[in-house]
Design a binder for this molecule. Structure first.
Ligand code: SF4
Ligand code: SF4
Length: 188
């Protein structure tokens, strides 16, 4: 194995250790039983199941783990950690991976677009307005008619309102945004 490959391998191992330290758990405890994946409510939508994410880390494949959509799909429900017979804190690992990916600017484009659209909606109205969120999200991902066919049905069921509602405590919400910005938060 060449020097460059060895050095990259070492860096990956160090990064896995840092992820383990940040999440207070060890991936080597995992014996790949799959109980975490079986209980994950959003596992069906993931590219790597929670068990596979742990396996990637065991193999030192940190870049693959950081680029996985799974870490953004994870709803932090903690089911996996609760079910794990080996006490692996998978939810905390997902969180540590998200933070590492964020710090490297490696956020999946759709995730970043959704987060920005959601926060902008809350900033504007004090709460989320689904129609505004969808319009902004679709614009950001340059797919203006994504899921448009579902709009009429949802409106007919009262699940979507065309006009936004403003909450009473909007000024307080604005103050939260200002405080986050003052602390270095990077919301646009
Ligand atoms: S439940 Fe625990 S031991 Fe089983 S695969 Fe998941 S992390 Fe590994
Ligand atoms: S914390 Fe995330 S990975 Fe674990 S079960 Fe919940 S959604 Fe799935």
């Amino acid at each position: 194995m060449g020097k460059v490959v060895l050095s990259a391998h070492r860096e990956s191992r160090e990064l896995v250790k840092a992820i383990e330290s940040a999440s207070g758990t060890k991936t080597s405890l995992c014996y790949q039983c799959g109980k975490c994946s079986a209980g994950c409510p959003v596992g069906f939508a993931m590219d790597y199941t929670p068990r596979q994410i742990i396996r990637l880390l065991q193999l030192g494949l940190i870049e693959e783990a950081l680029q996985a959509k799974s870490i953004w799909i994870c709803a932090t429900c903690d089911t996996c950690s609760t079910r794990c017979p080996r006490g692996v804190e998978i939810a905390s690992i997902m969180d540590a991976l998200r933070r590492e990916a964020l710090s490297r600017g490696k956020v999946v484009k759709e995730v970043s677009a959704f987060n920005q659209a959601f926060l902008n909606s809350v900033k504007r109205y004090g709460r989320n307005h689904e129609v505004s969120l969808v319009l902004e999200y679709n614009t950001r991902i340059m797919n203006p008619f994504k899921n448009a066919e579902q709009g009429p049905l949802m409106m007919s069921k009262g699940k979507l309102k065309i006009l936004p509602e403003f909450i009473k405590g909007k000024n307080e919400v604005n103050r939260i945004f200002e405080k986050v910005k003052a602390m270095g938060g990077d919301h646009e």
